[in-house]
Design a protein around this ligand. Structure first.
Ligand code: GDP
Length: 366
């Protein structure tokens, strides 16, 4: 856990990304916020300015550093890498928590509840989102600015919407690097939110220590609508909305999941994935979720699984970056661009086996 507790100077709690908000709309800010942001955005910062800003917890420069990381310009990329290199020794001190679930399960309400509970305990909390919808359609499932209003106004919290533009690989890199920036700035807990669709939950699992699946009780068929694969990634399942008339049903769902979990391989070595109930609305069960996460950190620290996972995540991360760059370069190659439609068409007409087409493509760039 990071112990340094820098004073935050700016009142900017939710900063826009390079291309405006991740929902593509300009964000509303107060005049003071706007002036402060304009001043800092007007001039280019030196690498040292970014580094000092991050380490001292200056919110404006922290936000600028994230904007730098999110930029798609090659010169920004290399400066961002210099910043990251400088702050790297100060990273690693946060607990990284992934939160997934179908839209409407209550992820953002839960993050606001847990986040506010933690800031109430004197902790500093950062929230990030990986939103596949914002990269594919420009729309958003997560992170629009009306969400998490209480946490967004909390000086001990910092919410960053999903970076816009680019493929999931690009968004994943930006999110990971932003996570490191938050750690260097001394945030105790970083929550990474994603929707349980496509590959984004696997991506988020690969960058966090603890992965939480938020569900709601359905009408008996608890395991429907949510892929078994996602359950297998989770370190805990939270049956949310356990309040009012829903309590009994939520508890029944919890037991049903507990039973199902017995047959599944746990996501983390030496940790039994369990199901819990809570209400993000009434806060019932929220402190218990935090206790569970702390117990996870203790257990996995003792066994060495915590450190081992982080090391493997770093190693895999190098591979992932290399693979995405190779793929990008391959498909950008003129020879491939010429050949691809011809071979695609031959394969689709049944005139050429897929493996022959692939071999022809790979041979073309040798
Ligand atoms: P997300 O799409 O998973 O982020 O879900 P939201 O957090 O936006 O919540 C979806 C809806 O469920 C909202 O109307 C929330 O007010 C409601 N909701 C979230 N958590 C709870 C809860 O614990 N209890 C009840 N009754 N409603 C909740």
């Amino acid at each position: 856990m990071n112990s340094h507790s820098p004073e935050f100077k700016s009142a900017l709690h939710v900063m826009p990304g390079v291309e405006g908000g991740h929902d593509g709309l300009p964000r509303q800010k107060t005049t003071d916020d706007k002036n402060a942001a304009r001043d800092i955005l007007r001039r280019d910062l030196k690498t040292q300015d970014y580094v000092e800003g991050i380490l001292s917890g200056d919110r404006t420069r922290l936000a600028r550093a994230i904007t730098l990381i999110e930029s798609n310009s090659p010169s920004h990329f290399s400066q961002a890498q210099d910043v990251l290199k400088a702050i790297l020794p100060k990273t690693g001190g946060s607990i990284r928590i992934g939160v997934t679930g179908v839209p409407g399960a209550g992820k953002s309400t839960f993050i606001e509840a847990l986040g506010s509970y933690l800031t109430g305990q004197g902790k500093r909390v950062a929230v990030l989102a990986v939103d596949p919808s914002s990269t594919v359609t420009g729309g958003s499932i997560l992170g629009d600015k009306t969400r998490m209003e209480r946490l967004a106004a909390d000086p001990s919290a910092f919410i960053r919407p999903s970076p816009s533009g680019g493929a999931l690989g690009g968004v994943a890199r930006k999110t990971r690097e932003t996570l490191l920036i938050f750690e260097a700035a001394g945030f105790d807990v970083v929550l990474v939110e994603t929707v349980g669709v496509g590959q984004s939950e696997t991506t988020v699992r690969s960058m966090v220590d603890f992965f939480l699946l938020v569900l709601v009780s359905g009408a008996g068929d608890e395991l429907q609508g949510i892929k078994k694969g996602v359950v297998e990634l989770a370190d805990a399942i939270l049956i949310n909305k356990a309040d009012g008339a829903n309590i009994v049903q939520a508890q029944a769902a919890r037991l049903e999941y507990e039973r199902a979990l017995h047959y599944l391989q746990p996501a983390t070595e030496g940790w039994r994935t369990m199901a819990m109930t809570a209400s993000a609305l009434t806060m019932a069960g929220i402190p218990q979720v935090w206790e569970k996460i702390q117990s996870f950190v203790e257990t996995t620290n003792l066994s060495g699984a915590f450190k081992k996972r982080r090391q493997i995540q770093e190693r895999d991360w190098v591979r992932a970056i290399v693979e995405s760059h190779l793929l990008e370069r391959f498909y950008a190659d003129k020879r491939i661009q010429q050949l691809l439609p011809i071979l695609d068409s031959a394969v689709m007409k049944g005139e050429m086996p897929a493996a022959t087409a692939a071999q022809t493509l790979l041979g073309a760039i040798k």
